[in-house]
Design a binder for this molecule. Structure first.
Ligand SMILES: [Zn+2]
Length: 512
């Protein structure tokens, strides 16, 4: 996630909107930094269902039987939270999603109408009498589990499913959910405002971070349950559907087009996106052997090359520094919509058309979102409290691009890092609170922490550390504690105090 103050906004929109735009910014006026303390109270109370799950999994269940309905030990209800410290109602336990196939028929009318089928391949981690998904605002019409109709109920945030017979731990299961409605945005509780499904006359787009995927499909909406995705998009004539991953098939219909997109590497739900609008698909210059395909709102084509022409060179620099690019292909998704920020949607980073004007002024943002493909997407935060591992790393990668790709002056870069961190010293990047997930300190003090670590352990340890981080935790999630442990392992140094000081909200330490 990266925000900039769009130039159009500074001249056209009213002051109230400026506040929204600049609050999310980590490049704007340092005074925009919110120094108020965090008020988020972590929920550590285990749900009753989780307790039940803990105590009943020891019942020795016979696991193989010819009769699927035979008794196989006590089944439990899957839990309805993964107990994220910032978002205690999201995520569901008891299963691991392997793949989502999302067949979406969307009538784009300014208030979109979606008729959809989600086919969810999952593996139960316990014997389950009930399981749940996160889903907000959409109406479920029917559910089957392994082909059999299943009872279900919806609460404001959950879809609960009651299979006819309990799901068996470890046995692959297919859940199919037919649903419909007008997908919409919800409040994120962060500085970026609403997230979810933005619909507009010109373009519709799904913006998920941190927990907005649940506005348009039933999902285990937490990074700890990554899955592969297949999107089957049915959109009206005159529109193009775009999603993460590779375009594998296009079918022309009398009244529209079906396009099929596949993300074959595990993806956190907040990185899933779909956009529907007037797009031109570009086969752009490859970099470091990575195919680059961009989907650009047709009315933004003029400025595209000026702003994104360095992508291939950035891929060369970042693969040198971080290791191989982790996905099948890369590209930008530039949407003609006014959400005003960029988001590192996996394999195809999303940019509001407001940011694109062709003068190269968003070069740092282009580098930032590309770097997230390693830091945030391939290695994702274990909880949302670990957000600095996304934003601090990606922000520092902007400087690495300038240093190694643009021959930037190390002394000037260091001065810039320090000044910006001093001007956005709090809240603590190591625990900013949900409302301050995208606070400037998370970006700037987080980036300065990375630079201070580099100076402390030396380049000979720092750059191998970045690559080892990706190798060891790629495809999954990792925490701040994991990063400290790996830093200590590779440097042989005791670094608890270093990280405690840098990731706090105290005065910014000296670099040396
Ligand atoms: Zn970011």
């Amino acid at each position: 996630m990266r925000a900039a103050r769009p130039k159009q906004l500074t001249t056209i929109l009213v002051a109230a909107l400026m506040v929204v735009a600049s609050c999310a910014s980590d490049v704007g006026d340092p005074d925009a930094a919110d120094n108020s303390s965090t008020t988020t109270s972590p929920s550590t109370t285990a749900a009753g269902t989780s307790d039940a799950a803990e105590s009943s999994t020891t019942t020795g269940a016979p696991t193989t039987t010819a009769d699927a309905d035979a008794p196989t030990g006590e089944a439990v209800e899957g839990g309805e939270t993964v107990e994220d410290p910032y978002y205690p109602t999201i995520g569901n336990t008891g299963y691991d999603v392997v793949n989502y196939e999302l067949a979406l028929q969307v009538q784009v009318e300014g208030n979109d109408v979606m008729n959809a089928t989600a086919t969810i391949d999952l593996t139960p981690l316990e014997n389950l009498s009930r399981l749940s998904f996160d889903l907000v605002g959409m109406t479920v019409d029917a559910v089957t589990v392994d082909g059999a109709e299943a009872a279900f109920e919806q609460t404001a945030e959950k879809l609960r499913i009651f299979p006819k017979s309990p799901l068996q731990s470890g046995t692959p299961t297919v859940v199919v959910v037919d649903y419909s409605g007008n997908p919409d945005t919800i409040e994120s509780g962060t500085r970026i405002g609403p997230i979810g499904w933005y619909d507009a006359v010109r373009a519709s787009v799904a913006v998920g971070e941190p927990m907005g995927a649940r506005t348009w499909f039933p999902v285990n909406d937490h990074p700890t349950d990554k899955a592969t995705y297949r999107f089957v998009l049915n959109v009206p004539t005159g529109f193009v559907g775009v999603a993460n991953g590779e375009l594998v098939e296009t079918v022309e219909l009398d009244d529209g087009t079906i396009s099929v997109w596949e993300m074959r590497q595990p993806m956190a739900s907040y990185l899933a996106t779909v956009a529907i609008g007037a797009f031109t698909l570009l086969d752009s210059e490859d970099g470091a052997g990575v195919d680059v395909y961009d989907a650009v709102a047709t009315n933004e084509l003029d400025g595209f090359e000026g702003d994104f022409g360095q992508t291939a060179a950035m891929l060369e620099v970042f693969t040198d520094l971080f290791g191989p690019y982790p996905f099948d292909e890369y590209g930008a998704l530039v949407v003609d919509a006014e959400f005003g920020f960029a988001l590192e949607t996996q394999g195809r980073s999303l940019f509001s058309g407001q940011l694109v004007d062709g003068d190269g002024s968003i070069e740092r943002i282009v580098a930032h979102e590309l770097a997230h493909q390693w830091f945030g997407n391939h290695v994702s935060p274990a909880t949302w409290r670990d957000i600095w591992l996304n934003e601090g790393f990606a922000s520092y990668a902007e400087d690495l691009w300038i240093e190694f790709g643009r021959d930037g002056s190390p002394a000037q870069l260091e001065l810039r890092l320090q000044t910006r961190a001093v001007n956005a010293a709090s809240p603590a990047p190591g625990d900013p609170g949900g409302a301050n997930l995208f606070a400037p300190s998370v970006y700037r003090r987080g980036a300065a922490t990375m630079h201070a670590l580099r100076l402390t352990v030396g380049d000979d340890v720092f750059f191998p550390l970045l690559r080892e981080w990706v190798v060891r935790f790629g495809g999954g999630t990792a925490s701040t504690e994991d990063f400290i442990a790996l830093s200590e392992e590779l440097s042989g140094m005791e670094l608890d105090d270093f990280f405690a000081e840098w990731l706090s909200d105290g005065p910014i330490p000296e670099f040396r």
